[in-house]
Each structure stands twice: as structure tokens, then as C-alpha cells.
Design a protein around this ligand. Structure first.
Ligand code: TRP
Length: 454
């Protein structure tokens, strides 16, 4: 899949560029985080803000990350340094490293739940005839020692892949299995559309009640759009550093964004009709999807098989995402600190393991330990997704819009003049003005300053 040029791997095909970036983008963010964020923030109102942010802010920032990565063939630190030598932009790379490790910590806990569900479905220990039992089983699952164990096991798998153990295998497997996940989601969607709560569910998701849009909804939708596109921390920048000279950046960005938000919407169409059919609440937060899905599997013939397959694919989707977020700190340690890849991987994994344990315990012994009213799990999620990602994205957009050499930038989008890219001026306008201003205003709004000024 990859060939070496000048000591750095380059993806051979355009398909590989799309497959790996989509592999990074599609994960628990779409299937677990999107439905619960939409559920707690008003459904349709959230969806419309999320879509607007994906298209107006996400796509331009994705283009910015791609162009910086491929122009420099470097990690986030090296990219800022090469493009603006002597300036201090690369310090934003530290934000990327810290936030990616925070995300890895709580993400591994949820990925651990998918492993638990997969194994219990396969061994028949999940009782599909008794959803209430299922519900309490979930409570037991998230408070006992097993989630801690699965978090640790998940992180071990992640480390193993990063050490090169099965990375080729994972790449090949995900090229086949990710489309399969997509098909499975479509099948579940069709099933959900036959449920009695269909109309209520769809209207919750697709009929926005604009009066529900407030600063919290806006900030969460912004965080979700960046989280889902793996933006703001230099993750996509690092992946783009492996793109070939022929990869069309604009097209890849749009394709990634559409596929990624498509998967999120599919997840919404699966979850919300079921929520209303089975009398659950859309506002139950991070546990929503894990509580709702067993109800869906319960009424399918061969529920246990569907469930095993689904959670297996979700596990794979999560691991292609965690591999990408681990790459941020690993390339930092190897390229900036000159560590061996092995050592860099072990150091990053050890930090993630410590964070992962804190998050896993926050469903058990550390439940009462809250900071600003949030457990470690919620705090890590909030700080990284709603604060670090938008700030990282804002810095990247200001940098590419104002500082990066425009001829170099244009050469990236036209592949050195070999292709046309009619949206160049529009893109630069967005990166210069729209993205930074919008993100800045959303921040002012969320801390209540905007309402004082207006
Ligand atoms: N986008 C992934 C998901 O939706 C998560 C992810 C992978 C991520 N790499 C990232 C989020 C980098 C932020 C930054 O599951």
C-alpha cells in the first residue's frame, strides 16, 4: 500500500488517501458521540448547526490541514516550522499532543464497551429477550471492573497495531470491513424505519426547533463537527503528509466530510426511532447508544449475530481512529525528539493508559470526583472536543489564510498547476475571515461575553 520516497512513506493510490482519512474520521464519533450529543442538544436544532459547521468551517480547515501536511511532508511541529521559520506557530502542536492523549483516554473506555458488547453477544451472555435486563446489564457493565479491563485491552491492541504488528492487515481489513459497516448501518436504518416510533424519531432529528439553538448547542455542534472530522490537532495534517503528489486535496476533503457526516446521520436514523419506540429518553448522554442498540437487536431475527457483527465492525472503526490520533504524539516523539518508533509508541501508550484508567474509573470508584461538575471522562471529552479542537482549527486556519505563502498553497490545490481548482479564492477568504471569526465568536458566546456586548 505504501512506497518509500526520501525516507517517508507515501500512499500509492488515491483510494488509499480517501480510505485512511475516512478510516480516521469514521468511528465512535459518528456512531456513539453524534447521537448522544444530538439527543442532549435538541435533535434537529443540533443537526442543522452541525451540518453548517461541517461545510462552512470543517471543510476549509480540513483543506488547510491537508495542504500544510502535504506541502511539508511533516508532523504538525515540523509543518509550522518549515512554513514560517523563526516564528513560534509550532507551539500549537503541544495543544494537539495533549488533546489527542485526552481523547485517546476516554475514547478507549467507549471502545472497551464495544469489545464487551461484541464478546457478550457472541457468547450469548447478553439476553436479547429481556431489554430491561439489558439495561441493568449495561449499568453493571459500566460500573464494574470489566470496563477497566477492556479499556486496557483495547489500548494494548492499539499499541500492537502501532508497533507495526498488524498494520498492513488492519489497512487491508478496514478497506473491506468499513464498506461492510456502511451496509450494515443502512440495513439497520431500514429496520428502524419500520418501528412504531419512526415518525417521532425522524421528526426529532430532522425538524429543527430553532428556539432550541443557544450557545451550548452551538459550541457542542462545533466541537462535534471537528471531533468527527478528526480536525484541529494535526491528525489530518499528519495523514496528508503521506498523500501522493496526485491526490486532489479539495476533492478528498469534500468526500471525507460527506461520507463522515453521512455515517453520523445514518446512526441518528437508527437510534432515534428506536428511542421513541421503546420509551427511552434521547437525553441519556454517553450511555444512549449502548442502551438503545440492544432493543433494536432484540426484535431482529438472529439478534445476537447482528449484534456481534455490528460491535465487531464498530471496534474496527474505533481502532482505525485511535491509530490516527496516536500518530500525532508518535510522530512528535520520533521526528522532534528523535526517539525510536518503538519507544515513542510505548511512551504515548503509557500516557493514554493512565488517562484511560482515570476515565474508566470515573464510572466506578471515581464517580463522585468531579471537576466543574464533570467526571474525568466528561471533563476530558469537554476540554478536548469543545475547547482544544476549535482552538487548534482556528490557529491552523489563521496560519494558512494569513501566513502561508499563497503560491505554495495554490500549488497544493492544483497539484502544481496540473489540475484546476476554481474555489481557491473562496477557500482563502474562508480561512482568512470566516473560520477564525466564527470560531472566536462561538467562544465568546459560550462564555457569555457576546450577550454582554450585544
Ligand atoms: N474522528 C474520529 C471519530 O469520529 C475520532 C478522531 C480520530 C479524532 N482522530 C482524531 C478526533 C483527531 C479529534 C482529533 O471517531
Amino acid at each position: 500500500m505504501t512506497k518509500k520516497t526520501e525516507n517517508r512513506a507515501v500512499f500509492n493510490s488515491k483510494f488509499a488517501a480517501i480510505a485512511t482519512t475516512v478510516g480516521s474520521a469514521v468511528g465512535l464519533g459518528n456512531i456513539w458521540r453524534f447521537p448522544y450529543e444530538a439527543g442532549t442538544h435538541g435533535g434537529g436544532a443540533f443537526l442543522i448547526c452541525y451540518f453548517a459547521f461541517v461545510l462552512l468551517l470543517g471543510v476549509p480547515v480540513l483543506c488547510a490541514e491537508y495542504s500544510m501536511g502535504r506541502a511539508t511532508r511533516s508532523n504538525i511541529f515540523g509543518a509550522y516550522r518549515q512554513l514560517a521559520p523563526g516564528q513560534k506557530w509550532q507551539f500549537s502542536g503541544y495543544l494537539g499532543i495533549i488533546a489527542s492523549l485526552l481523547i485517546l483516554s476516554f475514547y478507549s473506555v467507549v471502545a472497551g464497551w464495544t469489545v464487551e458488547y461484541c464478546i457478550s453477544s457472541a457468547t450469548g451472555s447478553l439476553d436479547f429477550s429481556n431489554p430491561e435486563g439489558e439495561h441493568s446489564q449495561f449499568m453493571a457493565l459500566t460500573t464494574g471492573w470489566r470496563p477497566v479491563m477492556w479499556t486496557v485491552i483495547f489500548l494494548f491492541c492499539n499499541t500492537f497495531i502501532l508497533l507495526g504488528g498488524v498494520s498492513k492487515g488492519i489497512e487491508r481489513a478496514s478497506n473491506i470491513l468499513m464498506p461492510l459497516l456502511f451496509l450494515l448501518l443502512i440495513a439497520f436504518c431500514i429496520n428502524s424505519l419500520t418501528l412504531p416510533g419512526r415518525n417521532e424519531g425522524l421528526s426529532f432529528l430532522f425538524h429543527p426547533d430553532f428556539s432550541q439553538i443557544n450557545s451550548k448547542v452551538l459550541l457542542s455542534a462545533l466541537g462535534q463537527s471537528f471531533f468527527s472530522l478528526s480536525l484541529g490537532l494535526g491528525c489530518m495534517m499528519t495523514y496528508a503528509s503521506y498523500f501522493s503528489a496526485d491526490t486532489r486535496l479539495g476533492k478528498t476533503a469534500i468526500t471525507t466530510a460527506l461520507l463522515d457526516s453521512g455515517v453520523a446521520v445514518l446512526a441518528g436514523i437508527i437510534i432515534f426511532p428506536a428511542v421513541f419506540s421503546f420509551g427511552l429518553s434521547p437525553e441519556s448522554g454517553p450511555t444512549l447508544v449502548f442502551e438503545v442498540l440492544p432493543f433494536i437487536f432484540m426484535q431482529l431475527p438472529g439478534g445476537a449475530i447482528w449484534s456481534t457483527l455490528f460491535f465487531l465492525l464498530l471496534f474496527l472503526a474505533s481502532i482505525t481512529s485511535t491509530v490516527s490520533m496516536s500518530e500525532i504524539s508518535i510522530t512528535y516523539f520520533t521526528e522532534e525528539k528523535k526517539m525510536s518508533r518503538r519507544k515513542a509508541t510505548l511512551v504515548s501508550s503509557a500516557i493514554a493508559m493512565a488517562g484511560g484508567l482515570l476515565c474508566a474509573f470515573s464510572f466506578g470508584p471515581l464517580k463522585e470526583l468531579t471537576i466543574c461538575g464533570m467526571t474525568f471522562f466528561n471533563l476530558f471529552d469537554y476540554v478536548s472536543s469543545n475547547i482544544a479542537l476549535p482552538i487548534g482549527g482556528m490557529i491552523c486556519s489563521v496560519f494558512v489564510g494569513w501566513v502561508m505563502d499563497k503560491r505554495l498553497l495554490q500549488a497544493q490545490f492544483t497539484n502544481e498547476g496540473r489540475q484546476r481548482f476554481p474555489f481557491f479564492r473562496l477557500l482563502v477568504f474562508f480561512l482568512k475571515w470566516i473560520c477564525p471569526t466564527a470560531i472566536f465568536l462561538l467562544f465568546l458566546d459560550s462564555i457569555g461575553i457576546l450577550s454582554l456586548l450585544l
